[in-house]
Design a protein around this ligand. Structure first.
Ligand SMILES: [Fe+2]
Length: 416
């Protein structure tokens, strides 16, 4: 929603942003000018940039937070990323080279001849273009393929207090559908077939059905109702499901949005948990699935009520909590007086961008916002798993942080 707040700024802000784009363009153009003598390449460079300026201006002057045209919005974000991330990468070495030249000129009595300087500029430009091709190709892949590059992640978690009948119980977690973003339903359908082929004991969905409004789900009810398990599908709401990004403070519309989403959950045969819990029974034993409404730090809704959601549960039971926003874990869950052995969250999407090589690198700009942004965490002998999300939002792609289907197998320490 950071993006939405930027887009809600004054039109003057847009002109400042546009000016920054033009400056990046002028800088990156230096490398094209040095390396390519063909006028066509130069014309194409500026033609694409001018098309972007026109689209950007049109978008900014027609943008309304209460009437976002999702695909146009995503197109502008995607076009921007594809064009300006690589250009920014090109500009950095050229800027450094200019700084070097400036100091060399100022402090050296013997200034290099123009030919040497031009030669160096060519080498720097070639290097800059080579480096910039990496984010360009990465973003191009992320927009065309990466956003549907679903990954199955399996986790086996051991617990001291897991009821023995649940040893080997498999929970499949999905999060952040953001159905309004999908532009290739065949790929989503294949992913849903794959989900069902996992034959998990239970499926849970940890919030953000939609981007803006409940209606986004309507064309997809048949498809998403195919997701099933022997113990059903439990769901919760995420910050995007409350309709506030579309309807602001209009209580009547917010209420209608909520009612429609509740009705949709019924049609999906998902058991939507709104600060409540359910028992899953195996033989004479059970575990509890607790679901809270969204609890996040401002500006996100803080309507999750763990005390209410866990009513009727004693401290000796085995509890799995569904809570959309992982900040809830640090702020409330890990110190809650009733023991929550496992919390399942989503929300961060790992910013849909980063690098992950298991055992070596785990990086995403998401980590500068969320302490716990993807994967497994354990604190105070309680687990938190943060799913990277099934869909995508705002940026119409995923680079390095792929869409995720998680299967968590509960294991009893004594029986493993
Ligand atoms: Fe989300």
């Amino acid at each position: 929603m950071f993006l939405l707040s930027i887009l809600s700024m004054s039109k003057i802000t847009f002109f400042i942003v546009l000016l920054i784009f033009i400056l990046i363009d002028l800088y990156a153009f230096q490398s094209f000018r040095v390396l390519f003598s063909s006028k066509i390449i130069r014309y194409v460079y500026w033609f694409i940039s001018i098309v972007f300026y026109i689209i950007f201006l049109h978008f900014s002057f027609t943008f309304s937070p209460t009437n976002i045209k999702t695909f146009y919005f995503q197109f502008v974000i995607g076009f921007f990323a594809l064009l300006y991330v690589p250009k920014l990468v090109i500009s950095i070495p050229l800027l450094l080279e200019d700084i070097y030249r400036f100091f060399h000129f100022t402090f050296s009595k013997v200034f290099s001849s123009n030919s040497v300087s031009l030669e160096r500029k060519k080498v720097v430009s070639m290097l800059a273009l080579g480096i910039a091709s990496i984010p360009f190709l990465g973003i191009l892949y992320g927009i065309t393929k990466g956003k549907y590059n679903f990954k199955l992640i399996t986790q086996k978690l051991k617990f001291k207090d897991l009821p023995s009948n649940f040893n080997g119980f498999r929970i499949l977690q999905l999060s952040d559908f953001h159905v309004g973003s999908f532009d290739n339903i065949d790929k989503v359908e294949k992913a849903i077939d794959f989900i069902n082929s996992q034959k998990a004991d239970l499926v849970v969905f940890t919030g953000d059905f939609v981007n803006l409004i409940a209606e986004e789900m309507l064309p997809h009810i048949d498809l998403f109702s195919k997701i099933n398990s022997p113990n059903g599908v439990f769901s919760i709401l995420g910050n995007h499901d409350y309709g506030t990004y579309a309807y602001g403070n209009d209580q009547e519309k917010l209420q209608k949005n909520r009612e429609l989403l509740l009705e949709i959950n019924k049609k999906l045969s998902y058991d939507l948990l709104l600060n409540e819990n359910r028992k899953i029974t195996k033989g004479n034993q059970h575990i509890n699935i607790i679901g809270v409404e969204n609890w996040g730090k401002a500006p996100f809704p803080q309507v999750g009520d763990l005390a209410k959601a866990s009513e009727g549960i004693s401290n000796e039971e085995f509890n799995v909590l569904l809570s959309h926003d992982p900040t809830h874990f640090d702020e409330k869950v890990k110190n809650f007086h009733k023991r929550i052995q496992l919390t399942l969250s989503g929300h961060t999407h790992g910013m849909q961008f980063g690098i992950e090589i298991p055992g070596f690198i785990k990086f995403s700009p998401s980590q500068f916002i969320y302490k716990k942004w993807a994967g497994l965490y354990k604190e105070k002998d309680k687990y938190l798993y943060v799913n990277r999300g099934f869909g995508y939002n705002a940026f119409p792609g995923r680079v390095g942080i792929w869409p995720e289907i998680t299967v968590i197998e509960l294991q009893s320490e004594s029986q493993a």
